[in-house]
Design a protein around this ligand. Structure first.
Ligand SMILES: [Zn+2]
Length: 51
């Protein structure tokens, strides 16, 4: 049995490291949000230099 990386639930058949497709999508979205956040701060830095 494996523990879901998203909600911590123990599951037998899941998606990747998550118990369900829903948790897997949430987990992926979190990673996207983090990437976008990094991207935004990077963009801010650039525009600050421009102005
Ligand atoms: Zn889950």
């Amino acid at each position: 049995m494996t523990e879901c990386k998203e909600c911590g639930k123990v599951y037998e058949i899941g998606v990747k490291d998550c118990c369900s497709d829903d948790c897997f999508k949430k987990n992926i979205q979190k990673r996207i949000d983090e990437a976008v956040e990094n991207d935004t701060s990077h963009t801010k830095k650039i525009s600050r230099e421009d102005s």
